[in-house]
Design a protein. Structure first.
Length: 379
């Protein structure tokens, strides 16, 4: 009963837009006011560090120890951040509407891009949504033995505060320390690449803010992901199409690249496929024709987006997030080991994926699945 009162009071005081100090101070006063002689604890923590271990424009993170003994990380929104954001997003929409009036800018779909940004920011400004994203990712990766997603403490999580288990680890960029721990950076790079491919192409839901501060490695070499405010999501159609495009590039089958673009609706229906395939060959051969270790998936995708721009492809915000994240993943891989190449790491994974997803049997199963879903929708 005492613990229930403590936790409920703490969450009640996280509902307004208050600073970390204000939340803790008001919570303590409230519990002390309502405590009985049998309730001798004034906080759900044995210790709360008022000095943030990380701080950004939207939130800050504190370390605390629960009364049960375990350590947690508390992410707390800054005061008045929603008011500031609402002011800024109105300004962005204003400029997006102006830009969309120009014919050349229409294909960039500025309003759609701002819509996507606004959707993403919902996760940043309502920490229950970020908690849900972390929970979904953890569930998706429950069988991925080399990846750890922190546990969510739902009874200590609200709109303004997110509480997760505390996980110790070393920055993925601290190569010298990783080696001192007898960990192999090349192996970590391989695991990191496979982790991302599984998230993006297997599950269609991926961490889209993979900078150094959000990635740790524990003493067993397992990858720890933190901060789930920016996530990418790919529909089944898009992840099948993007993976098939990469598979076609691996085979250097540029006509297949063109056909997949057309089938996915990435280029207009009246596109000359031979001309598009030729353009893909022209910009891609200099890249894939170099030694494998020098091939950059990020560079390849950048060139590919330039081609689709020339052929009138409208911007796909979800694919832009994927492209940005792929470039970040590739950069981390090369930071771990300059000889590691994402193309080399991707090749066996994509080939295995292709056997599983592009076979006649797999296509038939997808048709049956879509048919059954359609029947269920009608009934």
């Amino acid at each position: 009963m005492a613990r229930k009162l403590i936790y409920k009071s703490f969450i009640d005081h996280c509902k307004g837009e208050k600073s970390a100090d204000a939340i803790i101070s008001e919570h303590k006063q409230n519990v002390e006011k309502h405590s009985t002689n049998t309730c001798n604890v004034s906080l759900p923590f044995l210790h709360f560090d008022n000095n943030p271990i990380a701080a950004a424009s939207i939130s800050q993170v504190h370390k605390a120890q629960l009364i049960t003994g375990g350590y947690v990380a508390l992410k707390i929104l800054r005061p008045d951040i929603r008011k500031k954001y609402n002011r800024d997003i109105k300004l962005l929409y204003f400029f997006a509407k102006i830009i969309s009036k120009f014919s050349k800018a229409k294909r960039l779909k500025p309003i759609t891009v701002i819509d996507k940004f606004h959707e993403t920011m919902r996760f940043e400004l309502d920490l229950r949504l970020e908690a849900a994203a972390a929970s979904e990712l953890k569930d998706n990766m429950r069988h991925d033995i080399n990846v750890i997603i922190p546990k969510i403490y739902w009874d200590l999580t609200s709109e303004n505060i997110l509480t997760t288990e505390w996980l110790d680890g070393t920055s993925i960029y601290d190569i010298s320390l990783l080696k001192e721990m007898n960990l192999e950076p090349k192996k970590i790079a391989q695991d990191f690449a496979v982790m991302f491919f599984n998230q993006a192409y297997r599950d269609g839901f991926f961490h889209a803010d993979l900078h150094a501060g959000n990635i740790l490695v524990n003493n067993q070499g397992k990858i720890i992901l933190l901060d789930f405010g920016i996530m990418g999501r790919l529909k089944e159609k898009d992840r099948l199409s993007v993976a098939e495009i990469l598979f076609a590039f691996l085979k250097r089958d540029y006509k297949l690249v063109a056909k997949v673009h057309l089938r996915a609706g990435y280029i207009p229906a009246n596109t000359d496929l031979d001309l598009f395939a030729g353009s893909c060959r022209a910009v891609t051969e200099p890249i894939v024709g170099t030694p494998t270790k020098n091939i950059s998936i990020g560079k390849l995708l950048t060139h590919l987006f330039k081609i689709t721009e020339d052929f009138g492809m409208e911007v796909q915000p979800d694919l832009l997030i994927l492209q940005k994240t792929l470039i970040m993943v590739e950069g981390i891989g090369r930071q771990l080991d300059s000889n590691v190449n994402m193309w080399q790491l991707a090749e066996p994974w994509i080939k295995k994926w292709a056997v599983k997803n592009l076979s006649p049997e797999a296509k038939l199963l997808r048709l049956i699945k879509h048919y059954l879903n359609s029947v269920n929708d009608i009934t």
